[in-house]
Design a protein around this ligand. Structure first.
Ligand SMILES: Cc1ncc(COP(=O)(O)O)c(C=O)c1O
Ligand SMILES: [Zn+2]
Length: 389
């Protein structure tokens, strides 16, 4: 299981860089760097049959992941989450093949474990001495967990209105937590200052190359779980958007590995009407997204006024023939209850937004009754009990 990582490439200006250095964004243009692999070698060395018998974690795709020394492949059992059919929720909308990728079963109860597992593993392998993150909650908890596994100090900057369970979790995991009067963008400023002072390595969304590599494993798993086909539609709650960017990358890699064909799902981004920069940019036809003013939503993970990978998200939505849609908080809350009542899943508000979007998508003809549709249920409702009265 040798990593086929070769180099990094800027997603915007396409400048290339050596991969064996701790690096954040592209030194030339400031945009995200993406990991590149020797896909010809991997096509030979890593046929999909090689997966048989490997442990059910995201490390089963190690050849297409960036960590070279197996000793740094940190694990808490992340990945290979269930793909569940949502029979009742589907039929209530006339959809016969509705599925959920149930990401709450990851360590620290969200999909953020995938990205932070990879980013912290790789940062440690490359010699980082401490890690820091601006977060709405879930990413901070995930970073703290993996930092503990490898013995790195963890510094978390989080808006002061973060729900109490996140704070308890981060502190119990040994992180130093700073409550910030502001949004995640204000938290990012503190992280940047610490980087300039040489205090830590910044693992913000798409500001280092490897969180997206962890997130892309959701795409590999979907293909494996659907027996090497892809669904027709993916509905994804979008803040910083690493999941969409990562899965879109995974599909391309898998096609070049000879694992899947050229068919792609339509990618659909869901945001809250209280913070919908990607939806607005999609509708206005722009390549990047202007920052959202006065962002406000109960779905804290969707309260991201801007995304450095905006063009990558928007490119994937457009290339796939997908769309972007915003739903109000009241509908998100109703969908949380609906999913619990109909399907036995207590999901996070960000994730419930995908279910809330479905009636609108059906009405607009954006999804069809027999299509295979996958909702990404990105996190657990247990850290958001204040929303359920
Ligand atoms: C449960 C949950 N879903 C979705 C998101 C949005 O994720 P991303 O910023 O990767 O788009 C978050 C971010 O905090 C989250 O915690
Ligand atoms: Zn660049």
């Amino acid at each position: 299981m040798k990593s086929c990582l070769t180099h990094l490439e800027c997603a915007w200006c396409h400048e290339t860089y050596e991969a064996d250095q701790l690096i954040n964004t592209c030194p030339a243009c400031g945009k995200p760097l993406l990991a590149r692999y020797d896909l010809d070698a991997a096509r030979e060395a890593f046929p999909r049959q090689a997966l048989a018998g490997r442990p059910p974690t995201l490390w089963r795709y190690a050849e297409m992941l960036p960590v070279c020394d197996p000793a740094y492949r940190l694990t808490l059992g992340e990945g290979f989450t269930p793909l569940l059919k949502l029979r009742h929720a589907g039929e209530s909308l006339g959809l016969h093949n509705l599925y959920a990728k149930d990401e709450e079963l990851n360590p620290t109860a969200s999909f953020k474990a995938r990205g932070l597992c990879m980013a912290v593993s790789r940062a440690a392998e490359l010699g980082a001495k401490a890690v820091a993150i601006p977060t709405a909650g879930n990413a901070g908890s995930a970073m703290a967990a993996y930092a503990s596994r490898v013995g790195l100090p963890a510094h978390i900057f989080v808006p002061q209105d973060v729900p109490a369970p996140f704070l308890a979790e981060m502190r119990a995991l040994g992180a130093e937590v700073t409550l910030v009067d502001g949004l995640i963008t204000d938290c990012a400023r503190y992280v940047r200052e610490g980087v300039e002072a040489g205090r830590w390595f910044d693992v913000s969304t798409l500001k280092e190359p490897y969180r997206v590599e962890g997130k892309k494993t959701m795409g590999y798993e979907l293909a494996e779980q659907f027996d090497w086909t892809l669904p027709d539609v993916i509905v994804y709650p979008t803040g910083g958007g690493t999941g969409i960017v990562g899965m879109w990358k995974a599909f391309d890699e898998m096609e070049r590995l000879g694992w899947i064909g050229a068919a792609r799902p339509r990618m659909i981004s869901v945001q809250s009407t209280g913070c919908a920069p990607i939806v607005r940019a999609f509708e206005q036809g722009t390549r990047t997204a202007a920052p959202w003013q006065e962002a406000e939503t109960i779905a804290a993970g969707l309260r991201a006024p801007g995304a450095i990978g905006d063009f990558l998200i928007l490119d994937a939505l457009r290339e796939s023939g997908g769309t972007a849609i915003a739903v109000p908080d009241e509908e998100i809350l109703a969908a949380m209850r609906e999913l619990g009542r109909l399907e036995g899943i207590f999901t996070a508000p960000e994730a419930a937004a995908t279910l809330a979007a479905l009636p609108h998508l059906v009405e607009a003809g954006a999804v069809q009754p027999d299509e295979r549709i996958v909702l990404f249920l990105t996190g657990s409702g247990l850290k958001y009990t204040h929303l359920i009265r």
